[in-house]
Design a binder for this molecule. Structure first.
Ligand SMILES: Cc1cc2nc3c(=O)[nH]c(=O)nc-3n(C[C@H](O)[C@H](O)[C@H](O)COP(=O)(O)O)c2cc1C
Ligand SMILES: Nc1ncnc2c1ncn2[C@@H]1O[C@H](COP(=O)(O)OP(=O)(O)O)[C@@H](O)[C@H]1O
Ligand SMILES: [Mg+2]
Length: 155
């Protein structure tokens, strides 16, 4: 993937409310504008990396980019699940993400249970890979140190 690592920030917006309720896995959704600004050759699929909310701590994350074939969305979305338990929702706050690796393409599933198992397997795999020195180093990247107010999208 030529564009990795890929750094971007954006405000957290509302999605369809399925992540927490149907899957038990909340995903912080980016606005359309951030999704539209992704480089054209960043393929849809499931990625992993690091994320922080506002000027908070940096945590491991998984991110799904695409049309969610299971739900047949008509708009491309970019949704981040952070491997951390937050005290409350953070809609409207700035989410900072550093995407460092690719896991798999998006797939359709014949049941909600198989979609959930696949996402849980992604989370476990991402946690392992992010401990490798080549990925771990991005947790400390300057991207996460600079003032977090400005919305940007790029490298
Ligand atoms: C790690 C990860 C992997 C995912 N993989 C798929 C997938 O293969 N197919 C799919 O249809 N949706 C996939 N999703 C997206 C979920 O369907 C999506 O997060 C859910 O619909 C929540 O949407 P919402 O934020 O609009 O509520 C994945 C999400 C995550 C976080
Ligand atoms: N660990 C987490 N990772 C991502 N989002 C989280 C997490 N914990 C709480 N949230 C909150 O849950 C929201 C996402 O839940 P979700 O059910 O996917 O709703 P939506 O469809 O509106 O995106 C996020 O916008 C955020 O405010
Ligand atoms: Mg979501």
């Amino acid at each position: 993937m030529r564009h990795l690592p890929y750094f971007c920030r954006g405000q957290v917006v509302r999605g369809f409310g399925r992540g927490s309720k149907q899957l038990g896995i909340p995903t912080a959704n980016f606005p359309e504008q951030v999704v539209d600004n992704l480089p054209a050759d960043v393929s849809t699929g499931i990625y992993y990396g690091w994320a922080s909310v506002g000027s908070g701590d940096v945590h491991k994350m998984v991110v799904s980019i695409g049309w969610n074939p299971y739900y047949k969305n008509t708009k491309k979305s970019m949704e981040t699940h952070i491997m951390h338990t937050f005290k409350e929702d953070f809609y409207g706050e700035i989410l900072n993400v550093a995407i460092v690796g690719y896991l798999r393409p998006e797939k359709n599933f014949d049941s909600l249970e198989s979609l959930i198992s696949a996402i849980q397997a992604d989370i476990e795999e991402a946690k392992k890979r992010l401990d490798l020195p080549e990925h771990l180093k991005f947790k400390e990247d300057n991207f996460f140190q600079v003032p977090k107010g400005k919305i940007m999208n790029g490298h």
